[in-house]
Design a protein around this ligand. Sequence first.
Ligand code: ASP
Length: 360
Amino acid sequence: MHERTNNSKMNEETKKDKVLLIYTGGTIGMVQDESGALQPFAMERIYDALPLLHRTDYQIDSCQLERIIDSSNMTPEFWVDIATIIERNYDEYIGFVVLHGTDTMAYTASALSFMFKNLSKPIVLTGSQLPLGMLRSDGRENIICALEIAAGREVVIPEVTVFFENHLYRGNRSTKVSAENFNAFESFNYPSLAKAGIKISYRKHLILPQPTSELKVRKKFDRRIAVLKLFPGITPAVVQSTVRIPDLQGLVIETFGSGNAPTESWFIESLQEAIDRGVIVLNVTQCKAGAVQMRQYQASCDMDRIGVIGGNDITIEAAVTKMMYLLGNFPNEKAKVCDRLSRSLRGEISTELNIEEEDY
Ligand code: ASP
């Protein structure tokens, strides 16, 4: 368990509502020491770093994971830790902000979105390209806006979201697109839920509805999956060594265009071999925007015939985490896992969402 003894009840005990700020690591939490080296910043001193936060009409408590990480070290165990902190504090807080490294933020946002079924409070992930302690840091804006959104003063967003450089994205639609620009995230297949200018403008019609059933948090992930990115000239050895991984349960193939792949027999036979062994195969496009449409071209007909599932317009981050989540929590229900992969559970793909539906 990575939770550190929490919560610097920072002051302002008189404020009624509280937002919980959870620091997991990444650039945003770094400050420069006297020698100029970057050091993690003690989040309980957030009010020292951002005195303007005293002006909010809600209290901000903070806590951090026991081990602060560069998000390239992210694993499902950390997702469980973050979810556990939120779950334990769910009733006490009106919203949550997770400070996270940008590199894998879209994966964590996607994973959390699946873990929290019937979420009724905002969980906003944010980070920055420059450390909070640097003069030109984008972290200040990002934290302040994320807190405002999590406080839900104007609109309560019952979703896991990513706030970055003026835009609020649905977490499981977001993707990191730049290692350099302040606008480092995009959501190619779904418009942003809100835009921060002089005021924060919410696009209410794009936000998921408030659930009518109780929160359910599921914390299992099956890591026995693989991602196979196709490229022209890929050899049978590469494909076969992936599909033959012992104990493989799920395979995400990143295909071309609208879900196309080589039609050569060795390729289809390799996938068939995996499917016959019970591996679930999901077809996701390498394109940033648009969707897989099985059978639009002949180059996807054979995959459709052998039982490869079309991933529609899902991001690779959401595909990987959804596969791990479904396999982890419903291990003996393969037919349902396959069915749910082609349906929207938390607004991650553009098919009709039926949140009142069964328990996924
Ligand atoms: N490598 C860092 C991380 O993802 C980059 C960042 O924080 O933006 O943790």
